[in-house]
Write a new protein. Structure first.
Length: 603
């Protein structure tokens, strides 16, 4: 399940970063045919891979313990292969372009995403179809293929609930009259705040929806249920329900907890776990889940996701600038060829995908492993001894296919967990030391993420770095095309943004020498000559002359504002008032800025 969270994030990222161009070279029929053929090849690979492992089990050349590790690794490799095939469908077979032809899909990105995820689930279901016989032979005899696929779908679909709700709300906002290029949600800080707030609300209320989707029911009245509920009351733990978790027909030996507030907090236990463990061992498992709530691990997970969003916004811009400065990649975008544009964004996605995998696999994985250890230690303290949780872990490892030595990126192996718990008997201060280690680690993470988030999204250093790269590239282009006005315009605007006003003025003058009627350059140069912070760069009379010429070529509100400013700087206040009033009358959008100018001129 945790691996699939990363897979879904990668798939959605691959899909969203692609920008469909013009009509693709390939027809819809060709795309569908190639999609079907790649799926057939993928199904053949899955069948052969799992058949090979089944034969090893039947021939006795591998025991359940080692085979379980190979089984998990094979699932992971095939899942990564399915991501690669999904990327081919998106970037080479133009899946996103064809999806946008479905009614409402172009307006609602959530619909596009749902159809795209349906394709990825087809690949995953193919893996599950061929994996079921081996899974049944290793650990869950009797589970049918239909039930195995259904259980996997039922387990994984709730992972996508936050994305579906977030995307739907975001689409509706973008379709509303409140959206716009200057809207709050189109800024980096606006999107981060919106994502954090919305995700927090979902984490509060979503557990109720998930437990219903999974088909969870309160434990039937029994002596065991009453004793477990009494244990939770005795420890003062607040929760909504203790639920039976029917995932994989209840045969998977696992437990879990959902919810960050007590009113919507649920503890989940499968039937097989209830049957296999003693009462003390079950209490140890419940104490472990209580530990997750005690240390607010679910809240930390929200922070980790928000941290990645803040990181990805800034890195995407940075990587885009780096690639765009390379002539080969820059030439792909304006070419108008959908394949070239798709290739550019495919290449751009690689460093982002590496960042994503490193962040979740190593950074978040580090905390997840240590959160599990923290919950283990909490159970040992709550029970007064580590024996109940140790015994429960050993039983789960044995009955689940002898997986005692099988580690994962989000959990220590059961052997490591048991050995660490055993140390609590000889080292009374171990629990406090581990809690301090987790707290210090999170503080370091927080400082690094806040610093990186600020640097990548809001700092002037990042902006200057990006614009410096662009400036360097534009100057190199001018060596090849010394009379290209468009390049000069871009360069002048970059200089202006970097507050290199002298260079900007020289560049605009060069443009006017090449084309005396270039209205935008006339206007921008006039503005700089009248507003430059350095008094030595100002030339009020020249600015007025340039502004008049720009307005004679195009009577737009922006140009009129520059002319009004030039009149004002030269002492012609009545003319400034008259011109800015005309700008206000022509402006169809936000007139707030022009009204402030009018007030300034009046005063």
């Amino acid at each position: 399940m945790f691996n699939n969270i990363i897979y879904f994030i990668v798939v959605l990222f691959i899909f969203n970063i692609e920008s469909p161009g013009n009509i693709p070279n390939n027809s819809l029929l060709f795309s569908l045919t190639m999609l079907f053929l790649t799926w057939l090849i993928f199904a053949g690979c899955c069948r052969w891979a799992f058949w090979s492992l089944e034969k090893r089990l039947e021939n006795g050349t591998a025991d359940n313990g080692s085979l379980a590790g190979q089984y998990q690794r094979l699932i992971a490799r095939l899942s990564i292969l399915s991501i690669f095939l999904f990327a081919l469908a998106v970037y080479l077979l133009n899946a996103k372009y064809w999806l946008q032809k479905i009614p409402w899909c172009e307006q609602l990105s959530v619909l596009q995403g749902v159809f795209a995820l349906a394709l990825f689930f087809l690949y995953l279901s193919t893996i599950w179809y061929f994996a079921q016989p081996l899974y049944s032979a290793m650990s869950q005899p009797g589970i049918t293929r239909r039930s195995y696929i259904h259980s996997n779908l039922r387990l994984n679909l709730p992972i996508l609930f936050p994305w579906v709700m977030f995307s739907l709300v975001y689409d509706l906002i973008n379709m509303s009259p409140w959206s716009g290029p200057d809207g709050f949600l189109n800024s980096a800080h606006g999107q981060i705040i919106f994502f954090a707030g919305f995700l927090t609300l979902l984490m509060i209320f979503m557990p109720g929806m998930i437990q219903y989707f999974w088909g969870c029911k309160p434990l039937r009245a029994s002596e065991k249920a009453r004793e477990l509920e009494g244990f939770l009351r005795e420890k003062g733990f607040k929760y909504r329900y203790l639920l039976k978790w029917p995932i994989f027909e209840g045969r998977m030996m696992t437990a879990g907890i959902m919810g960050i507030v007590p009113r919507y907090r649920y503890i989940l236990v499968t039937d097989s776990l209830l049957d296999a463990l003693s009462m003390d061992e079950l209490k140890g498992v419940l104490a472990h889940e209580m530990g997750h709530a005690k240390y607010r691990h679910l809240l930390f997970y929200i922070l980790f996701f928000v941290g990645f969003v803040a990181l990805s916004f800034g890195l995407f811009d940075l990587f885009f600038y780096l690639f765009y400065t390379h002539p080969f990649f820059r030439g792909m975008i304006p070419s108008g060829d959908s394949q070239s544009t798709s290739l550019f964004y495919l290449v751009l996605s690689f460093p982002m995908l590496v960042t994503l995998l490193v962040y979740f696999r190593y950074v978040m994985g580090f905390f997840m492993r240590n959160f599990e250890r923290q919950a283990d230690l909490y159970s040992a303290v709550t029970m007064g001894t580590p024996e109940p949780v140790i015994n429960s872990l050993e039983k789960i490892a044995f009955l689940s296919g002898k997986i005692r030595d099988l580690p994962s990126w989000h959990h220590f192996s059961i052997r490591e967990r048991v050995e660490y718990l055993g140390r609590t008997i000889k080292e009374p201060g171990l629990v406090k030391r581990h809690n301090l280690f987790v707290a210090l680690s999170f503080c370091i993470y927080l400082v690094c993420m806040v610093g990186l988030g600020y640097f990548l999204n809001f700092s002037r250093i990042k902006q200057d770095l990006a614009y410096s790269l662009i400036t360097k590239e534009l100057n190199q282009q001018l060596l090849k095309e010394p009379n290209n006005i468009a390049i000069y315009q871009n360069l002048a605007m970059v200089y202006q943004h970097l507050e290199k006003y002298e260079d900007a003025i020289k560049t605009y003058k060069k443009i006017i020498d090449l084309d005396p009627n270039e209205a935008v350059s006339l206007n921008n140069l006039a503005w700089l000559l009248v507003t430059a912070p350095n008094e030595e760069l100002r030339d009020k009379a020249r600015a007025l002359e340039l502004a008049k010429k720009a307005v004679s070529l195009e009577r737009s509100p922006v140009f009129l504002d520059t002319l009004a400013e030039a009149y004002y700087a030269n002492g012609f206040h009545q003319q400034a008032v008259k011109i800015i009033k005309e700008a206000i009358s022509l402006e169809t959008g936000n007139t707030g800025y022009y009204e402030k100018q009018l007030e300034k001129f009046y005063n």
